[in-house]
Design a binder for this molecule. Structure first.
Ligand SMILES: [Zn+2]
Length: 540
């Protein structure tokens, strides 16, 4: 009898599908923190409030070993991979900028001359997702709900707003010199609330307030001394320290864009996002809406102050407060059990190479002049035309001039092999390969598989190389990213809210698993190019 009851219960349970609106959260908020290393969740935890990062970790699902498994680890590929559930080899956003050897020109990931700027007169708004070749989780949500879902996206960076928004968004907005703008891909003019927001003088108010320590007695024990040689000094600034008089510095340092280099770039993005929830009535009805928020002051600050500066610690403490504010607003306006939030990073970052050198850690700066000379020499051994056969270099890739190589009676594969062989033992280069070998390879080994996942075959280069751990081609202050080493690949992934099972896992999860996990929770189709798999431990 007992068994029959149990079976009946199981049978009933397995049939307990609800109507679709009953299961659906009212709002999904996707948070991407640009250049956020997983360790930042822990390194500054003593300074975090209970309501921000720690609330998400304690009350949500946390994947502690979440990895990018491709190169290049940079902003556009990162945002695209999070939202498409796949890697650059499939979604096509293989770098922030890439060279197309057929068109013979450099493409910006979200550049689009066929659309117009909206909200300003310069070309900064000529942007769209046209280079994104597969659908996003936001596209699938829109399609599933027959276009009744609203999708709004905001970031300091155009690419941080556009790629998450997908192809069907109601709006994607990014920051440009004190105001938020968009493109005619989305709309012909800014909504009134955006114009009002832009006219409110908020950017100037932040600049006027300046950047002081989060609290005056904070010791920043997790950071190096404030005045360190690894940090950028603003024009008209004596030392790279807090406080910073932004009002005085702004006219000499990118005007209102100086906010991008302060925590208040994140704060104004949050202000805009909260306004969007209210004005666009996100999460107000039974149909799931999506708000994408990409915080990228963290990246700009890392690039000029490195990963261990007081400025970085202060920025994360303030971001924690901003996230707490966002969660409180969602509780009040959407209702505690009616929304989902996820948080991840688009890539990590290296130690400042000079810091590594000073501390006897592996690392260094590539001598680009010597590298150019080595390339010249090897090209001359192959043919008297030498460098004339090289069309261009972009990032860690080289492209031969196919017509000239053919006219010289040479084969691209022979040239590529010779250059790769020479580069492979150049100081600071870990490995170099003919790109065609990588595209054809079935190897599961590092870094071959990482490279393969990062190459979009239609625009593949001829030679590709990977720097050694800790090495970079960069100035002596601030840091860089882009490699397949763990400091660039390990980012947080936290999922929180309706339909999410609370917990923590340590097995390796992959950046491309985020979108399919959301698809399962939202019960909507997988983005078209999905190669990730759902993180089943996170699903209730
Ligand atoms: Zn960056």
């Amino acid at each position: 009898m007992k068994r029959i009851i149990l079976l009946a219960f199981l049978f009933h349970f397995s049939l307990a599908y609800a109507q679709k609106t009953e299961n659906a959260p009212k709002l999904v908020v996707g948070i991407v923190v640009d250049q956020m290393k997983n360790e930042f969740l822990y390194r500054y935890a003593d300074q975090y409030s209970e309501g921000g990062f720690l609330r998400l970790m304690n009350e949500g699902f946390y994947a502690a070993n979440h990895q990018y498994t491709y190169m290049p680890t940079s902003t556009a590929p990162g945002h695209a991979s999070i939202y498409t559930g796949t890697t650059p080899a499939v979604h096509g956003i293989s770098a922030n900028n890439w060279y197309d050897p057929h068109a013979k020109e450099i493409f910006y990931c979200v550049g689009d001359n066929s659309v117009k700027s909206v909200g300003l007169s310069t070309s900064a708004g000529q942007r769209s997702p046209k280079n994104l070749k597969t659908t996003t989780i936001t596209d699938e949500l829109k399609l599933f709900w027959n276009f009744r879902s609203k999708v709004i996206s905001v970031s300091l960076k155009d690419r941080g707003a556009i790629l998450p928004a997908g192809h069907l968004a109601n709006g994607a907005y990014w920051y440009n010199d004190g105001v938020f703008i968009t493109s005619s891909f989305y709309m012909d003019e800014l909504p009134q609330w955006v114009t009002d927001f832009n006219n409110s003088g908020l950017a100037n108010a932040y600049i006027k307030k300046g950047w002081q320590r989060f609290s005056p007695d904070l010791e920043y024990k997790a950071s190096t001394a404030d005045d360190s040689p690894y940090e950028m000094i603003f024009a008209e600034e004596d030392r790279p320290v807090l406080p910073k008089n932004l009002k005085k510095l702004a006219p000499h340092n990118r005007n209102a864009d100086i906010l991008k280099l302060t925590p208040f770039g994140n704060s104004i993005v949050l202000d805009f996002a909260l306004k969007a929830i209210e004005e666009e009535e996100l999460g107000k009805d039974a149909i799931t809406d999506f708000l994408s928020v990409s915080f990228s002051s963290t990246d700009e600050i890392g690039h000029v102050y490195g990963t261990r500066a007081i400025e970085v610690e202060d920025t994360y403490i303030r971001l924690d407060a901003d996230i707490a504010k966002l969660l409180n607003t969602l509780d009040e306006q959407i209702g505690k059990d009616n929304y989902i939030v996820f948080l991840t990073g688009d890539h990590g970052s290296a130690e400042v190479a000079q810091f590594s050198l000073d501390n006897k850690l592996p690392g260094g700066y590539i001598d680009t002049d010597s590298a150019a000379k080595a390339l010249e020499e090897v090209m001359l051994t192959l043919h008297p035309s030498g460098m004339d056969l090289v069309e261009t270099l972009e990032g860690n890739e080289l492209y031969f001039d196919k017509e000239k190589v053919a006219a010289a009676g040479l084969k691209i594969s022979d040239l590529a092999e010779a250059v790769a062989e020479r580069f492979a033992y150049f100081p600071g280069i870990y490995a170099a390969y003919p790109t065609a070998d990588i595209v054809k390879s079935a190897s599961e080994e590092f870094p071959i598989k990482n490279l393969k996942r990062g190459i979009y075959p239609a625009v593949a280069s001829d030679v590709i190389w990977v720097l050694n751990s800790g090495w970079m081609d960069y100035g002596s202050v601030g840091t860089q990213h882009g490699t397949p080493w763990k400091y660039d690949t390990h980012v947080p992934f936290i999922l929180y809210g309706k339909g999410v099972k609370k917990g923590k896992i340590y097995r390796e999860t992959n950046i491309r698993d985020i979108a399919p996990t959301l698809s399962m929770i939202l019960q909507i189709p997988l983005p078209s190019g999905t190669t990730g798999t759902p993180i089943v431990e996170a699903i209730e």
